[in-house]
Design a protein around this ligand. Structure first.
Ligand SMILES: Nc1ncnc2c1ncn2[C@@H]1O[C@H](COP(=O)(O)OP(=O)(O)OP(=O)(O)O)[C@@H](O)[C@H]1O
Ligand SMILES: [Mg+2]
Length: 356
């Protein structure tokens, strides 16, 4: 639904060049909620503004619903007719809502429809229908100043949906909200995604947002995507930074002759007593150093950091047992052997290597 290739944005700022995007390839599938996460300055807002051509990329292409937006003329307020039309099919939600204080809630939602030239009656009908959809049917005549933050964001979302977009872009839509309101807005986005088949590309700096509603995620750093994929795929990827941040399991080895393994449980494997089976089968004492369990995209996923006595070489078989059980086992400490069983020359203290 959204594809960017080699997307690059260089700002000219006081005679200096700032590279905000440095060759971003993004692939968002139809009907998914895709989260882009990264620290301040990573280039997240630049990315979203380039995706709907509010900013003209310095290089690269943006394709939304099969249409190459970068081939259309103009940008921002000076966008040509074709680009304006294409943009009206991309909804945008902002961190600070960007509502007009002088217009009623209904008036705010009608605004994009006025710009599209929709007649008065049809506008009203559409606005009231959208207010109902976001759970604010009784606030049509209120002004933004009379609403809570969460209600304002619901209006922002209704307005974004006025042009019946296939794609919704959200830049930190919940950053200005308290945790409980955040949850309700995320739930609304998820419902809209499922009921309307809306593809959602959202920007956040909170891992919790990714965990709660995203099917896929990308991690940005210094204008680049350093990791991306489906959340479940990332959790099954050895050494994935996002997986470690989604499920931080602390704990370090209690002594030198120990192997520390991160075990990831998916679906039904989460319910099986694998650790006690491992202990019984190989007659070894297992210490649990840390654990986290959560629901990701409706699936139960758990992560556990365990410690086995002995070094990696002595634990190849028990680790193999875990993998046979359909679990992912990643050795995080214990001087694992290098490829083909050759011990690594300079074993890093926390090198990550998958048990083969
Ligand atoms: N209009 C601009 N002119 C010059 N530099 C800019 C402009 N917009 C952004 N930048 C720079 O580009 C880089 C990326 O900024 P961007 O706003 O995309 O980051 P972000 O990931 O959204 O950060 P935040 O989490 O703080 O919103 C930063 O170094 C920023 O200073
Ligand atoms: Mg930003």
């Amino acid at each position: 639904m959204i594809t960017t290739t080699g997307l690059t944005k260089v700002y000219q700022s006081r005679g200096r060049e700032v590279t905000a995007l440095d060759g971003v390839d993004l692939h968002v599938r139809e009907g998914e909620v895709y989260g882009v996460i990264g620290q301040s300055g990573a280039g997240k807002s630049s990315l979203i503004r380039c995706v709907n051509l509010l900013e003209r990329p310095t290089a690269g292409t943006v394709t939304v619903a099969g249409q190459d937006l970068t081939a259309l003329a103009g940008r921002g307020r000076r966008a040509g007719k074709e680009l304006r039309e294409a943009r009206s099919r991309i909804g945008m939600v902002f961190q600070h809502f960007n509502l007009l204080a002088s217009r009623t809630v209904q008036g705010n939602i009608e605004l994009p429809l006025e710009i599209l030239g929709v007649s008065g009656q049809a506008r009203t009908r559409k606005a009231l229908e959208l207010l109902d959809l976001v759970g604010l049917a009784d606030k049509a005549k209120s002004y933004p100043g009379q609403l809570s933050g969460g209600q304002k964001q619901r209006v922002g979302i209704a307005r974004a949906l006025a042009g019946e977009p296939k794609v919704l872009l959200s830049d930190e839509a919940t950053s200005a909200l308290d945790p409980e309101t955040t949850r309700s807005i995320l739930q609304l986005l998820r419902d809209l995604n499922q009921e309307l088949g809306l593809t959602v590309l959202l920007i956040t700096h909170e891992m919790d947002v990714v965990k709660t509603i995203c099917d896929s995620a990308a991690l940005m750093r210094n204008g680049r995507v350093v990791e991306s994929g489906t959340v479940t795929g990332l959790l099954a990827t050895p050494g994935s930074e996002l997986a470690h941040e989604l499920f931080p399991v602390g704990g370090t080895a209690s002594g030198p002759d120990r192997t520390v393994v991160d075990v990831t449980f998916h679906g039904e494997a989460a319910a099986r007593p694998v650790i006690s089976q491992l202990s019984r089968t190989y007659n070894i004492d297992i210490s649990i150093l840390g654990a986290a369990m959560d629901t990701v995209g409706g699936n139960q996923i758990g992560r556990m950091r365990i410690e086995l006595p002995g070094r990696f070489e002595e634990n190849v078989v028990p680790i193999g047992f875990l993998r046979e059980q359909g679990l992912q086992a990643e050795v995080v400490d214990g001087e694992p052997a290098g490829p083909a069983g050759i011990p690594a020359q300079t074993p890093a203290p926390h090198s990550k290597e998958v048990a083969k």
